[in-house]
Design a protein around this ligand. Structure first.
Ligand code: PHE
Length: 357
């Protein structure tokens, strides 16, 4: 028995891998293993002999099994150590210099707009993209029969048959944020409201979802002159030029009186869009003095307060500034386009450091 113990403990100690170890197990304590065969011989012994040999054989079997288990664990540990050493990775290496993601030109443009208006004392307000028709239309002095409702190509939310509650719509402009803001905060106020708006329209300069920002300035003595100055300052700062030709055209909106649409001078030569030259005009915004009824609908006394409002197409001015000829490309999610027109995520637009370096 001592020979057997010596033999197997040595063999186990020297085993190189798990399959070798398994062979040893079978050879020693498997069904026909050397130790198992010895145990069968117990039957041929005298009771006295058996009393000594039985426990000794059992103890030997336990010892061999324990040695096998310990060696198996040691082999597994060694394998893991080896794998950890070979798959070693230095996480302190600096990141690769290639730019992965980029800021979409629309997001960039919104940041630039916010920076410019923040500098003029405007804060940013936001509203929901689903509105009820009071906020999107009625409160803005667009009653049910008004042609402006049809002109807007509104998307109406689904209503179950027999549901006669006022419909919800995907907001067709950011103007409802005017009402919600005045209702909640009163006058005076100075805000811009950037966001998504929706109309059923699709061609080179229209997409069913697009972006606007609303401007609203209410105080005791705000006039059309303030509106004109504000828009001119904005356009110059946004296009990063000293001079841009704007065209104010008398217009009509139910929620402003008087109203003006503003076009910006541009050229489309060779499919390239350029601002401040040529003899084309692109309409970029609608504006005017807030209609007294709109103030009233928002809980503000029109005899005490007055002001201007405007709504600008963000996509339009982004196209103009960055020379993007087709609006639809903004929303195609084409990686090559995004890499070409996208902005570095670490450059935050600010007036003092240059808006769009
Ligand atoms: N809401 C108008 C539009 O979407 C724009 C506008 C806003 C006009 C504010 C005047 C005042 O066309």
């Amino acid at each position: 028995m001592d020979d057997l113990r010596e033999k197997y403990l040595t063999l186990i100690k020297d085993a190189g891998d798990e399959s070798g170890l398994e062979e040893l197990r079978v050879q020693a304590v498997g069904k026909k293993g050397e130790i198992s065969l010895k145990m069968r011989e117990l039957g041929k012994m005298t009771p006295e002999e058996r009393q000594v040999a039985g426990p000794a054989l059992n103890a030997l079997k336990d010892e061999i099994n324990a040695a096998l288990a310990a060696k198996k664990a040691a082999l597994a540990d060694a394998a893991l150590e080896e794998r950890l050493a070979s798959e070693w990775l230095d996480v302190t290496l600096p990141v690769r210099p290639q730019r992965r993601g980029s800021i979409h030109p629309i997001s960039q443009t919104m940041e630039e707009i916010s920076a410019i208006f923040a500098d003029m004392g405007f804060s940013v307000a936001e509203g929901g993209q689903i509105e009820n028709d009071w906020y999107n239309f009625d409160a803005l002095n667009i009653p049910g029969h008004h042609p402006a409702r049809a002109e807007m190509d509104t998307f109406y939310m689904h209503r179950d048959a027999g549901d006669n509650r006022p419909p919800h719509v995907l907001r067709t402009h950011t103007s409802p944020v005017q009402i919600r803001h005045m209702e909640a905060h009163g006058a005076p106020c100075r805000i811009i409201c950037p966001g998504r708006v929706y109309r059923a329209d699709y061609d080179q300069t229209h997409t069913p979802m697009f972006h606007q920002f609303e401007g609203l300035c209410i105080d005791k003595d705000i006039s059309m002159a303030n509106l004109k100055w504000t828009l001119e300052e904005f356009v110059k700062a946004f296009f990063e030029v000293d001079h841009v030709e704007l065209r104010f055209r008398a217009s009509h909106f139910p929620f402003t009186e008087p109203s003006a649409e503003v076009d910006i001078q541009c050229s489309w030569e060779g499919g390239v869009l350029k601002v401040g030259e040529g003899d084309d005009w692109l309409e970029i915004l609608g504006s005017g003095m807030v209609h007294p009824k709109v103030l009233q609908n928002s809980g503000i006394d029109p005899n005490e307060w007055q002001g201007f409002a405007f709504g600008v197409g963000i996509d339009r001015i982004a196209m103009l500034k960055y020379g993007i000829p087709d609006l639809r490309a903004f929303f195609d999610a084409d990686l090559r386009w995004l890499r070409h027109y996208g902005f570095n995520s670490l450059d935050v637009p600010a007036l003092h450091s240059g808006l769009s370096r």
